[in-house]
Design a protein around this ligand. Structure first.
Ligand code: GNR
Ligand code: NI
Length: 183
């Protein structure tokens, strides 16, 4: 929501980005690594991605969802309503736990759709932060699911890909029908 307290940025001054809704072909494309020539584009889009995510509201957003095919994602779980923003550039999963965990996921690109998704319980990720510094994050619980969900977006993978074909088709058909009604 706009005007929400305790946000790290003033979302009302920043133009929001339209979020691609499934089924959209560009949500299925593999994003390319952020490189030397991308610095200006990345610097410009990060505050807009945060404003879009906080306004939605959501706890994560990947660049392909705002139609930018770069390996860039943001996350903020706002634990205790306090901002805890992460920007991850060229994230790489370096370890996944053998233990699995199941939780309900949603996605800003699949509005109104929720399903239980099973993934590795813990993840270790290497990435560059917004200043270009090398970072490593070990996550569990919701942060782990969220980071895995966002990295999936960089590879054109959506949470429905982990469901039975029946459930996936049900959700994707519903979304296709809603998109048709909107046009
Ligand atoms: O807002 C979101 N909630 C969420 C809940 C469980 C697991 C992952 C997520 S990410 C999602 C926002 C989104 O679509 N990010 O790509
Ligand atoms: Ni998503």
């Amino acid at each position: 929501m706009r005007g929400m307290a305790n946000l790290p940025i003033p979302t009302s001054d920043i133009p929001l980005l339209p979020v691609l809704i499934a089924p959209h072909a560009r949500l299925r494309a593999k994003a390319r690594a952020v490189g030397k020539g991308d610095e200006d584009a990345v610097r410009a889009i990060i505050p807009r991605m945060f404003a879009t995510m906080y306004t939605a509201p959501g706890i994560g957003l990947a660049a392909p969802q705002v139609d930018l095919g770069l390996r860039l994602l943001i996350v903020d779980l706002m634990p205790n309503d306090k901002p805890a923003p992460f920007t991850m550039i060229n994230p790489e999963i370096v370890a996944l736990s053998p233990e699995l965990a199941t939780r309900e996921e949603g996605c800003l690109s699949l509005p109104g759709m929720y399903a239980d998704v099973t993934r590795p319980a813990r993840v270790k990720v290497r990435y560059l932060d917004e200043t270009g510094a090398r970072k490593e994050l070990e996550a569990e619980n919701l942060l782990s699911a969220c980071v895995q969900h966002e990295i999936d977006h960089l590879d054109g993978v959506l949470f429905v890909d982990y469901l039975s074909i029946l459930k996936r088709n049900m959700i994707m058909r519903k979304l296709a029908k809603e998109q048709k009604l909107k046009k």
